[in-house]
Design a protein around this ligand. Structure first.
Ligand code: CP3
Length: 330
């Protein structure tokens, strides 16, 4: 791995619609085709490294691939987002068993990792999966724009069924994460993007125990570092620290200086530029970057990232400007 003289930077959703190169590939391939085509997925993974000089690549895939491997049909509707069918909330008779997940059904992801590694040289590659709660919410509703009132009401009505679903997703995620490392992933990230949609108590029931199971099992089988990103980490921060991820993702809503002050130095912090700030005029954007660096730039291991994913329509020149100013920081 590269010896880092500057602060490392990568961005969640660094491969995606804001890039002209991605838009060009999407004119000839659907989203699902890219997910299932290792050569194209590897190309899409490499483009942000070539174009912006990020210090890590993240494999182009989706957290919903695990839902697909469990038997739901994944399609991407233009302008609407991903669709998983049948939606489990509308199918009261569903039953999943851990053996429903065959890790080989995600071979396209592992092949994409192998191919991406060939083009990355020293740049590390991040593998990932979704947090079980987040994946389960998409599986229940079947499409994006989660109606959490409806989903949380369903969970209250069928808590045992929900736990059974979380168990199955957790077992599948462990196999998927370990297989990504075997294929060449150098680091792993868990995306619990719906963490902020749960109460702290719900997180203690449906978030933390399953994330812990994944972290512990992956640690027992591999030696790679694990980052945990919870969107809306504020109210569950102590529960997250108790899971002892190597890297703690800080979302854009949080005061990263306060986080750094409270976190023991064995935790590496990653974050937390507001994705909307990338739309600011470059000078103001620079101030947002400096504000973060002034707080945590000297913290050992600090990794610069966004506080959530890059938004479509983000000016590419602004992404480049952020990478350059983070690398120029002394
Ligand atoms: O560059 C990268 O970060 C790697 C690729 C990646 C994608 N999705 C590609 C993608 C990663 C890490 C994800 C994670 C993901 N997917 C999450 C967790 C992180 C987060 O953003 O909260 C979630 C909740 C999903 C599920 C998902 N996939 C949604 C809700 C959507 C629709 C919203 C959107 O941004 O369009 C997707 C589609 C998706 N996943 C796209 C990409 C590039 C857009 C597809 C396209 O239009 O071509």
């Amino acid at each position: 791995m590269k010896l880092q003289k500057t602060i490392p930077i990568w961005m969640m959703r660094q491969a995606g619609r804001y890039q002209a190169s991605y838009q060009a590939i999407r004119r000839s391939h659907t989203f699902e085709e890219i997910l299932h085509n290792p050569a194209v997925a590897a190309e899409v993974t490499l483009n942000p490294i070539r174009e912006f000089g990020f210090d890590a690549a993240i494999i182009f895939s989706d957290i919903l691939m695990v839902a697909e491997a469990l038997g739901q049909q994944l399609t991407y509707i233009e302008g609407k987002g991903p669709l998983l069918a049948p939606a489990l909330m509308a199918e009261p008779s569903w039953q999943f068993q851990p053996q429903d997940f065959q890790v080989e059904s995600l071979n396209c992801v592992y092949d994409a990792i192998r191919q991406a590694k060939l083009g990355l040289g020293e740049t590390p590659l991040i593998g990932f999966c979704g947090g079980p709660f987040t994946v389960a919410c998409y599986m229940l509703q079947g499409h994006s724009g989660l109606d959490m009132r409806k989903i949380r009401s369903w969970i209250r009505e069928f808590p045992e069924k929900f736990e059974q679903l979380l168990d199955v997703i957790t077992e599948a995620s462990i196999l998927h994460m370990v297989a990504q490392v075997k294929a060449g992933a150098d680091l792993l990230q868990l995306f619990e993007s719906s963490a902020g949609q749960m109460s702290a108590y719900e997180f203690s029931l449906y978030g933390a125990p399953y994330l812990k199971k994944i972290i512990d099992a992956v640690r027992a089988q591999t030696s790679v570092k694990i980052a945990l990103f919870c969107l809306g980490i504020g109210h569950v921060r102590n529960q997250v620290l108790a899971l002892s991820p190597d890297v703690v993702g800080v979302d854009w809503m949080q005061d990263i200086g306060g986080f750094s002050h409270d976190l023991p130095s064995n935790f590496v912090i990653q974050g937390n530029l507001d994705p909307l700030d990338l739309f600011l005029p470059v000078e103001k954007l620079g101030l947002s970057v400096s504000r973060i660096l002034d707080c945590v730039g000297k913290r050992p291991g600090f990794i610069f990232n966004l506080g959530h994913g890059v938004l479509p329509g983000t000016p590419e020149s602004h992404v480049k400007a952020v990478v350059e100013s983070v690398h120029a920081y002394k």
